[in-house]
Write a protein that binds this ligand. Sequence first.
Ligand code: Z5A
Length: 224
Amino acid sequence: MKNSIEYLKSFYRTPVTPESFFLSLEGIEGSGKSTQIKHLEKILTDKGYRVLTLREPGGTEFGEKLREAILKSSTPLHPLAECHLFLASRAQLLEEKILPFLLVPKSVVILDRYIDSTMAYQGKARHLGLETVLELHRHDPLNLLPHRTYFLDITLETSLDRQAKRGQEKDYFESEKTEFYANLIDGYKEMARIFPERILTIDASKTPEEVSQVMALDLEKILA
Ligand code: Z5A
């Protein structure tokens, strides 16, 4: 298994445009991605970067329709059907928005969820397997990896606590059982082991300011 993952990794690439960066944020629900993206946008614009923030699924007209179709689905989708919908949204987003923006000098794309979500949710929690999902992404443009991914690590208890405080109606994934979430967290941790040079795991149970501080210090190194 390790060998085939290593083999599949060889099909992946990172953008090569000088002075442009591609960042993604990952984590289970309520891990603070949206909160931290606001901090990141401020840090980067203060440094003179042009920032484009996008979310998955979505970010294009077509992708937003797919988002609606998945998250509002009243029937459980087959895991492969679910997976392919996320990939369709991603391919369109890369083609229409991400790749053109990375050609702009001094630009940063910040993405709220990307390939690691598919690995954790569909690969691990829906049992498609990490290799299957890596295999599905190996072709252009889906094989583009971010320069840096921040995995905001919280426990299921923290996630549930934050969801309860927010008090919204549950969507398609939020009604899943505890086992699904345990697998999900395992999936993210496995990804951090497979891509140690790309994924930085951050203890996101800390205050938003403390989490932001860790990312700011890391960004200093990356941008240098
Ligand atoms: N999905 C998938 O299955 N496969 C894929 O390939 C992709 C996605 C791309 C999209 O959900 C769903 O699609 C997602 C995975 C699946 N399913 N779920 N669940 P979404 O975009 O609608 O939801 P989300 O990404 O999970 O967003 P979220 O719930 O808003 O989480 P967040 O952005 O990480 O958290 P937040 O909004 O910044 O914070 C949540 C609350 O916690 C809020 O009240 C904050 O004030 C509070 N918060 C944030 N940080 C802290 C700290 N540090 N301390 C205390 N409180 C905090």
